[in-house]
Design a protein. Structure first.
Ligand SMILES: [Cu+2]
Length: 155
């Protein structure tokens, strides 16, 4: 028998879920996630992350704010020194859940946009509720850099 409802009243939800046998090793995607209790970025249009060489702005997100499943993001990459758009960059995007130490089985496709310095990130697959850190690694003639967006996906 499953006593998770009873346990949830007495214990943290994650313990209740684990006691119910729904834990499958590296992550229970039925566990409740309270994003108000997590440290994460708040999505806004133009949300900026600065590395040591580049600045990245999140120009749009579909859905907005980021949600469970496939997300499509448009980023604008510029140089920190001159705010010049960075074209022709090689960009690798890696979503990762630090709490569970896992990523996602879907590769993110990066497509340069029509506006200089813009790139569309397709299928940013945040498949599980909780905090995801999405690392954007960029290499161009201007240098190599990485920034991280950290979003909480509600359950
Ligand atoms: Cu997870």
């Amino acid at each position: 028998m499953c006593h998770s409802l009873f346990l949830a009243a007495l214990l943290p939800i994650s313990l209740g879920a684990a006691a119910c046998g729904t834990e499958h090793g590296h992550g229970d995607d039925t566990a409740e996630v309270n994003c108000a209790m997590e440290t994460a970025d708040t999505y806004t249009v133009g949300l900026e992350k600065q590395g040591s060489v580049f600045s990245v702005k999140l120009m749009s997100a579909t859905p907005a704010p980021p949600n469970r499943g496939d997300n499509e993001w448009v980023i604008l990459v510029t140089t920190l020194s001159g705010a010049a758009p960075v074209t022709g960059a090689t960009i690798v995007v890696t979503p990762f859940m630090p709490k569970h130490q896992h990523g996602t089985p879907v590769d993110v496709a990066v497509v340069p946009g029509t506006t200089a310095g813009e790139y569309t990130l397709k299928q940013v697959n945040l498949w599980m509720p909780g905090v995801w850190e999405t690392t954007i690694e960029m290499t161009s003639t201007a240098g190599t850099d990485a920034v991280v967006y950290r979003f909480c996906i509600p359950s």
